[in-house]
Design a protein around this ligand. Structure first.
Ligand code: OOG
Ligand code: MG
Length: 262
């Protein structure tokens, strides 16, 4: 760790204020070029602690930058992990108040719900599939607090991997006998298809993203509890949205979910 606790708490407060006031900021590594990976995750943990201190419950976990399309779009090269609290959850078909966000984008994802806890190190695709209760379509709304979505990995980790809102819905599917690599997805904005892909876009198989999250938490002596909802990461590039847009994600065998920006 390169930053002291007071600096970590101040940065978490700064990033959360940007989120709550829907205003952007420069990336924090500009002012703290020496910060390390531990500092970045410590700022994210301090952000979660602030929300939990206000009584907000954790609603799920996420992996991000797990597809080549996303890594290329954002100019970075490895996955990142974050959280969603209950206030990020949008009901299936529900509304997102665009005025509460800075410059939202949507991502088509496959969400996992666990029936058993997962712990690393040593977690792999097989362990994940054995512990998965079901998978279902999920749209993540990301909203980097950094100006023009310009960041490096440490800054985006501290900013809770741009997490802002999410919706899951459709037809939950058991993973037994399914090949999640070849599951196709179509995301539509205002009825027009804007993104297409298949599960394999996420690290060759989306369960790999969940295993990486379990191994990441394992390094910190934590696990993914049974019942946790996890977003496995955008399958395609993220698509910008504005007030008036409606977005639907169809996932083969799992129906569809959607939300509207008002
Ligand atoms: C970082 C978050 C990326 C995903 O699914 O790849 C992410 C960003 O692109 O702002 O959530
Ligand atoms: Mg995402």
């Amino acid at each position: 760790m390169k930053l002291d606790k007071a600096t970590i708490d101040a940065l978490a407060e700064h990033l959360e204020n940007c989120q709550l006031q829907a205003r952007d900021t420069t990336k924090i590594t500009d002012d703290h070029p020496d910060m390390d990976w531990e500092d970045a995750y410590a700022i994210q943990a301090a952000l979660l602690a602030r929300k939990q201190a206000r009584g907000l419950k954790l609603a799920g976990l996420k992996a991000g930058l797990t597809s080549f399309a996303k890594m290329k779009q954002m100019g970075v090269s490895s996955p990142v992990f974050g959280f969603m609290t209950e206030d990020y959850a949008v009901p299936h078909g529900g509304e997102v108040k665009t005025s509460e966000l800075i410059h939202p984008k949507v991502e088509p994802e496959i969400a996992f719900v666990l029936k058993r806890a997962l712990s690393g190190p040593g977690c792999h695709m097989g362990t994940v599939l054995a512990a998965t209760d079901f998978v279902l379509p999920g749209i993540e709304v990301i909203d980097s607090r950094y100006r023009d979505f310009k960041f490096d990995l440490k800054s985006v980790i501290a900013d809770n991997t741009s997490a802002a809102r999410f919706v899951v819905g459709g037809q939950p599917m058991k993973v037994d006998g399914q090949d999640l690599r070849t599951v196709g997805i179509v995301m539509e904005k205002n009825g027009q298809p804007v993104a297409f892909g298949a599960g394999a876009a996420v690290l060759g198989h989306p369960a790999t993203a969940i295993a990486m999250l379990a191994n990441h938490l394992g390094e910190r002596g934590e696990e993914i509890p049974a019942g946790t909802l996890i977003l496995s990461g955008g399958i395609t590039e993220a698509v910008s949205v504005q007030a008036g847009d409606s977005v639907t994600l169809k996932v083969q065998g799992m129906g569809s979910t959607g939300l509207r920006f008002v």
